[in-house]
Design a protein around this ligand. Structure first.
Ligand code: ADP
Ligand code: MG
Length: 352
């Protein structure tokens, strides 16, 4: 049988918690074989609920969950053959690292010798080859999370679901573990949903990023496209640094902002329309001569040196703009090229 296009597919899936209208609404989403899909969104937007639906812990009221090309309705969680890692390590404290990793194999009736061999092998692959007999209390947080990852992979699941697996770790370890998860995920060529509320984590790890708001998917795209072409103001604000202003269209290539009128590329909107105006910090250039379009004089009110570049606040008539540049000279004017300006819907109802 040929591999289905998606290892996991959701088709119009809705689930609400009993007695509420909170949950996930009409989610359509696919994770391809070997793909790492990051799901990102503010706390409470429904990310973990989405995971529970895929894992089979809760049943959708509408729509279908398709795993490995088969409708998963009625298939209990364990038979879905999916590895899951949660934020907290959830290791059994009285079992050694290898016994924890081997546990899913025990549940599946494998004999002790082969369980142990498989657990030790995969612990080696996550860099814990010398700690197989340690108890969880004898391992650091990062090591415990590696054990949890090994346990999620040891039974050759067809997909991996990771629910904010790095949130409990300190900053340096979090960055290191991003690479570790990505390496393992690639090595196993396993379809993976990685839930996070950390946009840098999502952008740096994922093949595609799915942005959720209020129980709905608002955009699914490659990291670069999410950053460069957010579908609405909320996505632009949530992903990356952003200058966002409420603007009014004043002409076919003009928009009024709180600090003055900008010349844009032809935008096809109607005069008087209300829009969100987006300029990324790196799209704000240092000022050129007076008379240039979209040039403004003002003053730097905050300047942060960050090694190869600096991030600065620039005030124009009471409005503060955020800029980034590698130029370390004095800044007295800025320039916003029309190609740096995006006009977005003010509020988020756009579906992709
Ligand atoms: P996230 O993982 O994105 O932070 P969740 O999926 O955990 O969000 O929760 C989504 C919404 O559903 C939240 O408003 C949360 O309070 C609510 N919720 C989660 N679990 C339950 C539950 N068992 N009963 C009722 N509401 C719940
Ligand atoms: Mg959650």
């Amino acid at each position: 049988m040929s591999e289905p296009e998606y290892t996991i597919a959701l088709e119009g899936v809705t689930f609400t918690y009993p007695g509420t209208d909170i949950g996930v609404h009409d989610v359509t989403l696919g994770i391809r074989p070997g793909e790492l899909l990051a799901v990102i969104g503010p706390s409470g937007c429904g990310k973990s609920t989405l995971l529970k639906i895929i894992a089979g812990f809760v049943q959708p009221s509408h729509g279908r969950v398709i795993i490995g090309g088969k409708d998963a309705a009625g298939i209990p969680p364990r038979q879905r053959n999916i590895g899951i890692v949660f934020q907290t390590y959830t290791l059994f404290p009285h079992m050694t690292a290898w016994e924890n990793v081997a546990y899913p194999l025990k549940l599946r009736g494998q004999d002790q010798a082969s369980r142990r061999a498989k657990a030790v092998d995969i612990l080696g692959r996550v860099g814990l080859g010398t700690q197989t007999d340690n108890l969880p209390a004898q391992l650091s947080g990062g090591q415990q999370q590696r054990v949890a990852l090994a346990r999620a992979l040891v039974f050759d699941p067809q997909a991996l679901l990771l629910d904010e697996p790095l949130s409990a770790l300190d900053a340096a370890l979090r960055v290191e573990m991003r690479d570790e998860i990505r390496r393992l995920q690639r090595m196993h060529h396993i379809a993976t949903m990685h839930i996070t509320h950390d946009q840098e984590e999502a952008l740096s790890m994922a093949d595609r990023v799915a942005v959720m708001q209020n129980g709905r998917l608002v955009q699914v795209d490659k990291p670069r496209d999410i950053y460069a072409r957010p579908v609405n103001r909320e996505v632009a604000d949530f992903i990356g640094q952003a200058n966002l202003w409420t603007g009014h269209i004043t002409g076919p290539t003009n928009v009024g902002t709180p600090f003055g009128t900008l010349t844009t590329l032809p935008h096809g909107r109607n005069t008087g329309d209300k829009v969100a105006v987006l300029v990324r910090p790196e799209g704000l250039l240092l000022g050129r001569g007076p008379g240039d379009i979209n040039s403004f004089t003002g003053a730097v009110t905050r300047d942060r040196f960050l090694g190869s570049f600096r991030r600065f606040d620039f005030e124009i008539g009471g409005v503060t703009l955020l800029g980034e540049t590698g130029d370390m000279g004095e800044i007295t004017a800025i320039h916003i090229p029309p190609t740096s300006i995006q006009l977005l819907p003010e509020t988020g109802s756009a579906q992709s």
